[in-house]
Write a protein that binds this ligand. Structure first.
Ligand code: NDP
Length: 472
């Protein structure tokens, strides 16, 4: 029998995505480099095995697909994707399509799309978020590439995606790398979101001496309010979990050095290339990098010890909640600005509201706020700023004093909160009509004759610096 779709790479994500596709009634051809994995996968698929068409060679795999062929690749990002494309390409016919569903760097997606297009093949870059559970029961899906080829598989993709009020959390964002770029920015925002929650945990733990289960209960309560989100929910659960081995809180037995696979870093790098500076995301990437220097941090603690200058009472739980909400909105504001800049640079025509909409369910950053964000974006963002939209401007007005209080408290107490501090600095910069770059411009003109613009008109002006240097 012929399947409309096939999948290569039966690892964690590929296996679950295949079962999800089969579960929605679509027969699917499956292939894995290590053949034994394919056999074990089919053997453990239960009733769904009847919709799986396993193959042990690429030839059999390709032969089991109806035309135009649609093949999802779900292997390790990077070299392995190129290796699979090199093996599959020669077996495919004009009009067939390859869909890379891994966490690709969008530059690779653009390169692969161009190379395959020359050969008459279609290449779709498809970001998938939601981890193992999402892949099996409904991920959030961000698609880029030829729109007409996407239309061929759209029913399958929408069927397997998460739903928000019945609407699929899957969308096509533009040609070539647009989908993978939206996924990358999703991950960047995810980094900031996670870091900010961890910073609140740090303030409560090291400032107020709260236990993990107390903090977890607070997060659980916040998950019923405006902060309702997957990440706050799981943080609450994690903090209230005990280590089966020692009985201690689970977080207390976990070494505080965080891993990263690169997508958060890519967001920061691409943003800077685009002239953006998503300082909250950069701070989250930095916090993970710094965390890996554990021995250095321990030496620093021995050297500098407690550096607190406490002169402020601990902010209340309600203040922390408002501060987290404000900081989070600022992180999303920065994330959306990266998408706006990339869409214009690469001519993608990304529908920003659609990004907020596909993130409402299925993905790691899903939250109650995303529906409001989508509506605010549809209504038009003043100056491309999410936090300037009326609903969010009101929230920021209410949350900013809380954010200020938390940042001040942490600074005096000697607690690091890089993402919160950057969120506040960004907000204060964006609400200051006259900044301090006039002096920077003067400095640049003084030492390099770079010129400046005068407030009373005229670009390329110079200051009367000659003879003002004193060598005392
Ligand atoms: P796994 O490590 O579980 O699976 C890797 C798969 O890649 C295996 O099927 C492996 O085959 C195959 N593979 C590796 N190298 C090659 C190669 N050179 N040629 C052919 N096949 C190869 O990975 P995941 O399922 O976790 O991740 C897959 C992709 O999905 C990655 O891009 C990842 O970043 C992305 N992703 C992962 C998420 C997660 O939560 N895990 C969430 C969202 C995206 P073999 O059995 O032969 O080794």
């Amino acid at each position: 029998s012929h399947a409309r779709i096939g999948l290569v790479g039966l690892g964690v994500m590929g296996a679950n995505l295949s079962l999800n596709i089969a579960d929605h009634g679509f027969p699917i051809a499956v292939y894995n480099r290590t053949g034994a994995v394919t056999d074990a996968f089919v053997a453990s698929a239960g009733d769904l095995a009847e919709r799986l068409v396993p193959a042990q060679t690429y030839e059999d795999f390709v032969a089991s697909l109806s035309k135009p062929r649609a093949i999802i690749i779900m292997v390790k990002a990077g070299g392995p994707v190129d290796a699979v494309i090199a093996d599959l390409g020669p077996l495919l016919d004009e009009g067939d399509m390859i869909i890379d569903a891994g966490n690709a760097n969008f530059h690779d997606t653009r390169r692969r799309e161009a190379a395959l297009r020359e050969k008459g093949l279609n290449f779709i870059g498809m970001g998938v978020s939601g981890g193992e559970e999402g892949a099996r029961h409904g991920p959030s899906i961000m698609v880029g590439g030829n729109k007409a080829s996407y239309e061929v598989i759209r029913d399958i993709i929408e069927a397997i995606s998460a739903k928000h009020d019945g609407q699929p959390c899957a969308a096509h964002f533009g040609p070539d790398g647009a989908g993978h770029f939206v996924k990358t920015v999703h991950n960047g925002i995810e980094y900031a979101d996670m870091q900010m929650i961890a910073e609140v945990y740090g303030v409560l733990r090291d400032g107020a001496g709260r236990t993990p289960s107390e903090i977890g209960a607070l997060f659980e309560a916040w998950d019923k309010g405006p902060l309702k989100s997957y990440l706050v929910e799981i943080s609450g659960k994690v903090l209230q979990t005990a280590d089966p081995k020692t009985g201690q809180p689970m977080v207390d037995v976990i070494v505080d050095t965080a891993g990263q696979k690169g997508t958060g870093r890519w967001t920061a790098i691409e943003a800077i290339t685009l002239g953006q500076s998503p300082s909250t995301i950069e701070a989250a990437v930095a916090a993970r990098s710094w965390s890996s220097e554990k021995a250095t941090r321990e030496a620093g603690q021995a050297l500098f010890g407690d550096d607190a200058v406490e002169t402020m009472p601990m902010p209340s739980d309600a203040t922390l909640e408002k501060a987290l909400l404000a900081a989070k909105l600022i992180a999303y504001d920065q994330g959306f600005k990266i998408l706006i800049a990339a869409s214009s640079t690469y001519d993608w025509g990304i529908d920003l509201a659609a990004a907020a909409e596909v993130w409402r369910e299925g993905c790691i950053i899903r939250s109650a706020l995303l529906d409001d964000m989508a509506q605010a974006i549809r209504a038009g963002l003043p100056h491309d700023q999410l936090i300037f939209a009326p609903t969010f401007a009101d929230m920021i007005r209410e949350g900013a004093p809380a954010l200020r209080r938390v940042v001040a408290y942490a600074a005096l107490k000697g607690l690091p909160i890089p993402a919160f501090a950057n969120a506040l600095a960004y907000f204060d910069t964006m609400r200051q009509g006259r900044g301090t770059t006039d002096l920077v411009q003067a400095q640049r003109d003084f030492f390099g004759a770079h010129g400046f613009e005068r407030v009373d008109g005229g670009a390329g002006q110079h200051g009367p610096w000659a003879g003002t240097v004193s060598h005392s």
